[in-house]
Design a protein around this ligand. Structure first.
Ligand code: FAD
Ligand code: NAI
Length: 475
């Protein structure tokens, strides 16, 4: 007789493990199946985010930023740092240990919440009485059943046609996070989030980095003014970003990779590099789910089709995170996971797609929530804009990092905040205030009238809100 659960979650990334914990908190018998293996073949829950995404990339960004500061910024504080060296193996080992702490933390949390964890691949074996049979293939094989199934199987890196990842020369996000030595010349295709974050890591460590982007605009989804400011900073750092290119033949040879492309002027260019990172987006992952066995509907991109509540076409089957529509972000996956668990319990879980923040962890950081100026124009919304530069912020001057600005967009009539856009130091943290404000449908004046600690970077947020009404105090 197969083990029976109320809820089975397939996938243990941020969408999966969080929905499993929330369902268990709500009193359900829950199983979570995840197939990710660590180097020793053991379980490594946390998905892309923990193993080859959010967490390891931020660990490397931190290490490389320390290196850059020691080399280029300590001197202005009067600190002499001679012969600064980077031990890449040690940096990667530290990153691996940060990942392991997170894997172990998730296993602990699942146990604490009495979620039964299965290490292996989960696939639909068919319909069972009142629910579904899920086959688990790990060290052993078994069938389990549940009335409710939450699919959170995530996404995989998209390869360029004809150029498979070998993770030696042609790297996905996985290989990009475990390069053993600083490449002399690094090429990246795609100047999106991964291209900029990973390009920054290896540039700071000394690589000559070129990013090739197909679109003619830089960071098209970001507010234009903010993207322009960020591009200026990246140019100054020596991160070469070529826009409007058409990538042609790629030769993966013994000594490295040759990328043939046509630049924006229509000229043929040959770029030789030691390594190539391909960061051109990700594809939803339903490999091995045996979706056909139960007639689960997928769209033309291979994403599971869901409604606004994450319900699939099958009764009792839900899907969340990267495997469904919407932004591929860990916090979006988590919010959907919580909402689905609550809906299964008859509650009214809700995800507000208008207030999902985005952060790009480069230096300067880029963060935003809500609509951009170009979107408001396209939507025909009358708005007022207010900006405040970090150059005029005392804390930023003390930190020695005055790049960038905070920008508010508010409704011209009601003053409701419609979007907040930031580029500058630690804006990954500053954006939280804007998310809270928008969630409570605050006006720009609400933020302008709130007392912010001095000296703090958050004063730039207050001043940008004041700027909406043209009454900044410090600029
Ligand atoms: P995933 O995290 O992909 O987890 C899916 C899990 O399901 C995996 O463990 C997989 O092994 C398992 N699985 C799949 N199929 C099966 C099966 N049949 N049976 C059992 N298990 C299965 N987002 C942010 O918000 N902030 C960031 O800073 C950030 N940085 C990123 C950096 C990089 C380099 C990358 C690649 C991504 C980054 N992301 C970031 C995106 C983030 O990682 C994803 O949005 C997030 O992981 C999606 O969560 P998920 O639960 O939907 O899927
Ligand atoms: P992306 O969608 O952010 O960027 C891909 C870029 O590649 C785009 O600019 C696109 O125009 C370009 N491109 C696509 N095909 C191309 C081609 N053939 N030639 C040249 N350029 C091409 O995707 P990316 O960087 O791979 O990241 C995937 C996702 O992972 C992100 O969209 C995001 O959801 C998530 N992520 C989030 C992070 C964060 O929150 N800080 C960090 C890293 C990833």
């Amino acid at each position: 007789m197969s083990k029976q659960f109320d809820v089975v979650v397939i996938g243990g990334g941020p969408g999966g493990y969080i929905s499993a914990i929330r369902a268990a908190q709500l009193g359900f018998q829950v199983a979570c199946i995840d197939e990710w293996k660590n180097a020793a073949g053991g379980p490594a829950p946390g998905g892309t985010c923990t193993n080859v995404g959010c967490i390891p990339s931020k660990a490397l960004l931190q290490s490389s930023e320390h290196f850059e500061h020691a080399n280029h910024h300590f001197a202005e504080h009067g600190i002499t740092a001679k012969d600064v060296k980077m031990d890449v193996a040690k940096m990667i080992a530290r990153k691996d240990s940060v990942v392991k702490q997170n894997n172990d933390g998730i296993l602990y949390l699942l146990k604490k919440n009495k979620v039964t964890f299965f290490h292996g691949r989960g696939s639909f074996a068919g319909k069972a009485e009142g629910g579904y049979t899920i086959h688990v293939a790990g060290k052993t094989e078994e069938d389990i059943t549940a009335k409710q199934v939450i699919i959170a199987t995530g996404s995989n890196a998209r390869a360029l046609p004809g150029t498979p990842f070998d993770e030696v020369n042609v790297l996905s996000n996985d290989g990009a996070l475990r390069v053993g030595a600083v490449p002399k010349k690094l090429a990246l295709i795609g100047s999106g989030v991964i291209g900029l974050e990973m390009g920054s890591v290896w540039r700071r460590l000394g690589a000559d980095v070129t990013i090739l982007e197909g679109l003619p605009t830089f960071l098209g989804a970001v507010d234009e003014q903010i993207a322009k400011e960020a591009k200026k900073a990246f140019d100054k750092q020596g991160l070469k970003i070529e826009l409007g290119v058409k990538v042609g033949e790629i030769v993966n040879g013994k000594k490295g990779v040759t990328v043939n492309y046509t630049n924006a002027k229509g000229e043929a260019v040959v770029l030789d590099a030691d390594k190539l990172i391909v960061s051109i987006g990700r594809v939803p992952n339903t490999i091995g789910l045996n979706a056909e066995a139960v007639g689960l509907q997928l769209d033309e991109r291979g994403a599971i089709v869901v409604d606004a509540d994450c319900k699939t076409n099958l009764p009792g089957v839900w899907a969340v995170g990267d495997v469904v529509r919407g932004p591929m972000l860990a916090h979006k996956a988590e919010e959907e996971g919580v909402a689905v668990a609550e809906r299964i319990a008859g509650q009214h879980g809700h995800v507000n797609f208008n207030t999902i923040p985005w952060v790009i962890y480069t230096s300067p950081e880029i963060a935003w929530v809500g609509r951009t100026e170009q979107q408001l124009k396209a939507d025909g919304v009358a708005y007022k804009a207010g900006t405040f530069p970090f150059l005029a912020n005392g804390r930023a001057r003390a930190l020695g990092d005055t790049t960038g600005m905070v920008k508010f967009l508010a409704d011209a009539t009601t003053d409701e905040i419609l979007g907040v856009h930031m580029v500058g130091p630690q804006v990954s943290e500053l954006i939280a205030e804007a998310v809270v404000a928008m969630e409570f449908r605050a006006s720009a004046e609400d933020i302008a009238r709130i007392c912010h600690a001095h000296p703090s970077l958050s004063e730039a947020t207050k001043e940008a809100a004041l700027a909406v009404d043209k009454r900044t105090l410090n600029f």
